[in-house]
Structure formats: structure tokens, C-alpha cells
Ligand binder design. Structure first.
Ligand code: NAP
Length: 307
């Protein structure tokens, strides 16, 4: 067995991402020990009951004591306050990372609270589900998914390399990106699609001509996939939009323009435009499957095809 990548890891926040990290770490003795902390007594109790982490602390400060790696796995809007609380209790030479879906805002909220001699290396695993809480995690969440590391100015290269080894041990592929670019890429691939899904489900909910039961009964025709995304955690997604405002608004602007162009094509009966557009988008789907980022089974693998 190889030596653990870190002696002690502290997970602050015990939801989907942190619990998945714990189960993934446990698969192969990646670290020495793991302490955890969540804000509510109920979550800490659940964590103890399901055996999440080697110990559950009563405060974030207690959890990070002597930790070699501290992972901030709370909603983006809570990162600054947590960093302020743990700052004075961090071990010299420790690495602090986060898993937040937005990077520029997290860097400005957390960075000022990091003491001299502590390595702050923001990160973001591109993996998740619509479920949240300590019981939603599973060990394979990060397998073959990307984790983006976003080193800040002056980040220690050895500390970055160690964090990369850690994420690879959790099953992920790791790449580095700067914060500005990260936030734009995620606005395209994740944040704006979520907003569109929220909107579509909201529209169906408002439409009085289609009854609620019809919306649910006939949902397999595309709407169902929107409802899955729109069931994601409201706190997390509120924070994503409030903190990645600039990039999301830019992509939403482009989206609206394209939508108007398609709207005009439908009104004018411009079938060639629609066909050309849908052919282009189909190729993007093929690219995602070829990159191993989704299944090519029909209906996302929900149906078994019998031949
Ligand atoms: P989650 O399942 O909703 O869990 C959030 C955890 O943070 C809970 O344990 C919660 O504690 C705790 N928490 C909230 N506010 C806190 C505070 N002020 N102090 C201490 N703990 C606090 O969330 P998640 O899905 O794991 O997301 C965590 C982070 O990962 C977010 O920043 C999100 O942007 C990012 N992320 C999420 C996904 C995804 O698909 N879900 C993917 C990649 C990255 P209580 O239970 O006690 O309230």
C-alpha cells in the first residue's frame, strides 16, 4: 500500500460532495483520518449514524485542528464566513481547498482569511446529482469526471501537485484553469442550463391550459429531464447565480438572441435553418459521449433495449 496523500483531512459541510469525497477516500486508504463538520446538529447526527468520517466535530475550528487538508464543501455564499472562522485555527503548511461551483467570488471571499504559510488552492469537481445532504453521497461520483484546480497567484507548486494526486485518488481527472475562464465555461455548461431548466419547469407550472396531472403524466417527452435538473438544491443554486452574475448574464444574453432566431425561423417556416441548427447540436451530444462524459444508452440508460 502506498503512503496516504494527506495525514488528516477536514471536511467542512457534509452534503452530497463532501460525503462522496469521504466514501471515495475510504475506498483505498487515500488519507490517514477524516474529521467532519456541518452547521446543524441534525446533519452531524446523521453523519455519525451512517459512519460518515472518522470523527464529527462540534465546530469548524475543532474539525480543522491539525488537518493537512481542509475542504470547504458548503454553499458558495457561506464560504467567506467559514474561512473567517477557521483561519486562526489552521495548521501552518496546511492546504485549504474548496469545491464551490463558482471560483472568482470564492477566491475573493476566502483568500483574505487565509493566514501566511497556508496554501489556498481553489477547486471544483465537475460531478454532482440533483440530490443533497449527507445521505446522498456515493463513492463513484468522481470516477472519470473532471476536477478543475484554480491555483491563485503564488500557489505553491508542490502543494498543487499533492492536491492533484488526491483528486486523482478520488477517481477524477484533473486540469488547471484560471478563475475567470472557469466561471465562463461553467456558465455555459452548467449554470445557464440550470436556469433554463428552472424556467421551463416554472412555465409548465404556470400554464393553466395544461393540467398538473398532464404535465406529470406525459413528462417523458423531454420535460422530465428538465425537472431532474430543476430539482437541484435551491440554496446552492441561488448562490451560484448571485456569485457568477457576470458570466451567467453574458451567456443568457447570447441564449436569448439564439432563441429569438429560432422563434423567427419557426414563424417564417424556415425549415432549413431549424434543420441545420439541430444537426449542429446533435454533433455536440456525440462529442460528449465520445469523451466518456455520458452514456449513449437510449433515454440516458433508463430503458433496457431488448433485441
Ligand atoms: P449540500 O448537499 O446541500 O450540503 C451542503 C452542506 O453545507 C450541508 O452539510 C450544510 O450543513 C453545510 N452548510 C451550509 N451552510 C453552512 C455554513 N454556513 N457553515 C457550515 N456548514 C454549512 O451541498 P453540496 O451539493 O454538497 O454542495 C457543496 C458545494 O459543492 C457547493 O459550494 C456547491 O456549489 C458545490 N458543488 C455542488 C455540486 C452538485 O451538483 N451538488 C457539484 C459540484 C460542486 P447543514 O446540513 O447542517 O445545513
Amino acid at each position: 500500500m502506498t503512503a496516504p496523500v494527506y495525514g488528516k483531512v477536514a471536511l467542512i459541510g457534509l452534503g452530497l460532495i463532501a460525503s462522496s469525497m469521504y466514501w471515495a477516500m475510504s475506498r483505498r486508504g487515500l488519507v490517514g483520518e477524516v474529521s467532519g463538520y456541518a452547521r446543524s446538529e441534525a446533519t452531524r447526527e446523521t453523519a455519525r449514524r451512517i459512519g460518515l468520517c472518522d470523527s464529527i466535530a462540534e465546530s469548524a475550528a475543532e474539525a480543522v485542528a491539525d488537518a493537512d487538508l481542509v475542504v470547504l464543501a458548503v454553499p458558495v455564499g457561506a464560504m467567506g464566513a467559514v474561512a473567517e472562522e477557521i483561519g486562526p485555527h489552521l495548521k501552518p503548511g496546511a492546504t485549504v481547498t474548496d469545491v464551490g461551483s463558482v471560483k472568482k467570488e470564492v477566491i475573493s471571499a476566502v483568500g483574505p482569511h487565509m493566514p501566511e504559510g497556508v496554501h489556498f488552492i481553489p477547486g471544483h469537481p465537475l460531478a454532482g446529482t440533483e440530490h443533497s445532504g449527507p445521505e446522498s453521497g456515493f463513492a463513484t461520483l468522481f470516477d472519470n469526471r473532471w476536477c478543475l484546480l484554480v491555483p491563485v497567484e503564488g500557489s505553491d507548486r508542490a502543494a498543487v501537485a499533492r492536491l492533484k494526486t488526491f483528486w486523482e485518488g478520488l477517481g477524477a481527472q484533473v486540469e488547471e484553469m484560471d478563475a475567470e475562464h472557469h466561471d465562463l465555461v461553467l456558465a455555459v455548461t452548467s449554470h445557464t442550463p440550470h436556469l433554463i431548466a428552472y424556467t421551463m419547469v416554472g412555465v409548465a407550472d404556470d400554464l393553466r391550459r395544461v393540467t398538473d396531472s398532464e404535465v406529470i403524466k406525459y413528462s417523458a417527452a423531454g420535460f422530465r429531464d428538465f425537472t431532474r435538473i430543476a430539482a437541484s438544491d435551491p440554496t446552492m443554486w441561488r448562490d451560484v447565480f448571485l456569485t457568477n452574475k457576470e458570466a451567467t448574464l453574458e451567456i443568457l444574453g447570447r441564449f436569448t438572441e439564439e432563441l429569438f432566431a429560432l422563434q423567427r425561423a419557426i414563424r417564417k417556416g424556415d425549415g432549413a435553418h431549424l434543420h441545420e441548427y439541430f444537426t449542429r447540436t446533435r454533433a455536440i451530444r456525440r462529442g460528449i459521449i465520445e469523451a466518456g462524459q455520458d452514456t449513449d444508452a437510449p433515454d440516458f440508460g433508463r430503458v433496457k433495449v431488448e433485441r
